[in-house]
Design a binder for this molecule. Structure first.
Ligand code: HEM
Length: 205
């Protein structure tokens, strides 16, 4: 419960910040949206999140490219069955490579590109109805923390980009930012992300 509820959300936030500093036009578009809606307020509040459609698209795009649980959780087949001509005996362990599905060019245009716009005006959600996008799994064992996770990640990310401007440390270019993944049950960034934060408005205002 603690592992499922902490590692996943913070690793997604770290990937989100890494993708945003690599693509300044996406960062700017997100900041424009968040700062426009939260203008004059010190903190973004939960009730404002519903208006932030681009923020939601950014979080979805991060979960497509960097799913914290790349193989979801293992399943076991209950009956003998046939799938695409293969006989699958009862009690076969099934692993679903969602990481690969999220980057499959059969389902996604320019799949390797971080492009949140693909989720704008799209009905695709992560509630298990669209099998090309199941970062939280699907069916009866779908992640029970789905709504809690998305609200906390959206709220944290909105406040990070609202309160600060973000740059890479001196001397590091966007192209040099290491996006390698560390192996594990959850996929984290191999190298910790270090960024320089500058308050975007006078503190205390
Ligand atoms: C980015 C955030 C998160 C992602 C991507 C995520 C993803 C997942 C996935 C893929 C599963 C397996 C579902 C399946 O195989 O169909 C799962 C299960 C689970 N998640 Fe999450 N999760 C996240 C956040 C959270 C949070 C915040 C909590 C709790 C507060 C949580 C609690 C759980 C629990 C308890 C299970 C096991 C459910 C079961 O076995 O029936 N998760 N999660």
């Amino acid at each position: 419960m603690f592992g499922a509820g902490t590692d996943t959300s913070y690793s997604t936030l770290e990937w989100a910040m890494a993708e945003l500093v690599r693509k300044s036009e996406v960062m700017k578009k997100l900041q424009d949206e968040v700062r426009g809606i939260a203008s004059g307020k010190g903190m973004v509040r939960e009730k404002e999140l519903n208006k932030m459609v681009y923020l939601k698209a950014v979080v979805k795009e991060v979960l497509r490219l960097h799913p914290p649980a790349p193989l979801l959780l293992p399943r076991e087949s209950m009956e003998d069955c046939q799938i695409q001509g293969y006989d699958i005996p009862k009690k076969t362990r099934v692993l679903i490579n969602y990481w690969a599905i999220g980057r499959d060019p059969k389902y996604w245009e320019v799949p390797e590109e971080f492009h949140p716009e693909r989720f704008l005006d799209s009905p695709i959600d992560f509630k298990g109805n669209y099998f090309q996008f199941i970062p939280f799994g699907a069916g009866r064992r779908i992640c029970p923390g789905l709504h809690f996770a998305t609200s906390t990640m959206e709220l944290a990310l909105a406040n990070l980009v609202h309160q600060f401007d973000w740059e890479l440390p001196h001397g590091l270019t966007r192209e040099e930012l290491d996006m390698a993944e560390a192996p594990g049950i959850t996929i984290r960034k191999k190298q910790r992300l270090h960024l320089v934060a500058t308050p975007s408005f006078p503190q205390g205002s």
